[in-house]
Ligand binder design. Sequence first.
Ligand code: SAH
Length: 340
Amino acid sequence: MNQPVNQPPVPEQILQVIINFWSSRAVYVFTKLGIPDLLNSGPKTAEELAAATKMHAPSLYRVLRALASIGFVSATADGRFAQTPVSEILVTDAPGSLRWFTMSELGQEHYPAWGNLMHSVKNGEIAFDNFFGADIWKYFEQNTEDAAVFNNSMSGVTAATNEEILALYDFSPFRTVVDVGGGHGGLITSILKANPELKGILLDAPQVIEGAHAKIEAAGLADRCETVGGDFFKSVPAGGDAYIMKWIIHDWNDERAITILKNCHNQMSQNGKVIIVDCVVPETSEPDFSKFFDLNMMVMTGGKERTEKEFVQILGAAGLKLLRVIPTKVPASIVEAEPV
Ligand code: SAH
């Protein structure tokens, strides 16, 4: 079959791709220092921002000047830097803030792992594990500050996805939804809020669940949502008629992914559903978020983004059949399956 051919990039675009990490790292510094938060109270000079963050003013100025050239701040006529719609998204408590995602992707773990991409390509091994001598989940157990940043980053990027899932998928026929690897509970919380009859169970690693419990209580959902610290490779909680997994299956190779799916299958009723929220990689060469997200999985976890055919395969191996794939406006589709 002929694949659509994308326009080859012009030289400036090639250069832009090559140097993209320059701007990424500048955005990291800007965000890690909390400059978007500081700009909330009005435009500031580089000197004021450097004093507030204990940085070297002339160097910080150069970072801000560069970021002003791509809209992350705006330079005012009187030599100050002001918030823009982009920097607003990086403010800590902005709705759907990308602050934590920026810090996680460009900070301590993802960035060095990406620097080691060659290792994955050469050996088929996980670049992160090779660099850090432990897998990402062990690393987070031992580096609790980075883990907190990661969990917050998941909650942040999850906000927009949750809205899409709720708009496109009807949870009302279910009695109990189990969120398998649900992190701090952003998704299950919004599902329960939108469906007052529904009960929820949130499963994640014990140290993550500790942080989740307080959030469920704060949302006023403690009576409808049980939190369970556990290991989805051993088992998942019983009693659900829907098992939802957002950004879980893509973390794992086929063998591990099938184990998780089998564990869900083992606990669900014959007319229960498995709902996977992950990218579905198009078979053609069109640009799609999933294709580089897939490399992120390669270097970080040894997982992968999958095509529809690949989902059919792993679901089949777990005794499940794919019912439908619902595309969304965010980088994920809803893949619904049920027991064969
Ligand atoms: N579903 C959430 C989090 C995705 S990140 C969201 O979309 O925002 C992947 C999650 O899997 C993390 O919260 C991590 O702690 C959890 N996880 C990893 N290994 C696990 C295991 N063996 N058992 C249970 N949870 C696990």
